[in-house]
Design a protein around this ligand. Structure first.
Ligand SMILES: [Mg+2]
Length: 231
């Protein structure tokens, strides 16, 4: 059976883990207070600040208090929806201002282009929000890669180590799981995709990657369309 679609993880697969943890998150933590202060009359920001007040149970918190709460949530790595959305807005302004570009390994864009030209549909599945995924690929070091990507999935579809998430993705693509190749650096995610019936390849961008029972490659250049065309 041929592979009709490729679903790509981001961190450790298309992009370096360090970019997310040493560039994106520290930038958001550093810039969020000033961003909130200078956008406190934007409707979208106002709404997110209200959401944060509700999530924190502090309905009457002033802007500075909400900034404190958000900073604490960042420290605690709390997955609050309002915080995630505000971080997304901060990153968007950072990408727009050219403070950084979305890291993608040099082999990523040429292979994405090649796969699409060979009739394979490309999707992204990452624990980062769909908003953050689109920003990274829109402002990637290799230019705007969104034209090559047909769709995006985040943890709203389910946990990445849960087989049902991969079944849901297959359903949403209207393909059988075996027609889909999932690329990730994390063996546990690949195990879940295998359990759902997807084909898998593990990326070993980092020498310390924990090896699983999956075909392993160093980069996208080692994934040939022929190898994904046949089961
Ligand atoms: Mg990963």
């Amino acid at each position: 059976m041929s592979v009709r679609a490729i679903v790509m993880d981001i961190e450790g697969t298309t992009s370096s883990i360090d970019f997310v943890h040493k560039v994106l998150f520290p930038y958001a933590a550093r810039e969020l207070p000033d961003f909130v202060r200078s956008h406190s009359s934007d409707r979208e920001v106002l709404q997110l600040l209200d959401e944060a007040r509700i999530e924190a149970g502090e309905a009457s918190a002033n802007t500075e208090r909400v900034i404190e709460i958000l900073a604490k949530w960042i420290e605690q790595d709390r997955k609050a929806g309002s915080l995630k959305a505000l971080q997304g807005l901060v990153w968007e302004s950072g990408y727009r201002d050219g403070d950084f570009t979305g890291h993608v390994y040099p082999d990523v864009a040429p292979n994405m282009k090649n796969w699409v030209e060979n009739g394979i549909a490309l999707y992204v599945y990452s624990s980062g929000s769909v908003q953050a995924q689109k920003l990274l690929f829109a402002h990637s070091a290799a230019g705007d890669l969104r034209p090559f990507i047909r769709g995006y999935f985040d943890t709203r579809t389910g946990h990445k180590r849960d087989a049902s998430s991969y079944r849901r993705i297959a359903q949403s693509l209207q393909l059988t799981p075996s027609q889909i190749l999932f690329l990730s650096d994390t063996a546990a995610e690949l195990d879940a995709a295998t359990e759902a019936g997807m084909q898998t390849i593990q990326l070993a961008r980092d020498k310390n990657v924990v090896r699983g029972a999956h075909t392993m490659v160093a980069d996208f250049d080692a994934i040939s369309v022929a190898s994904v065309d046949t089961e």
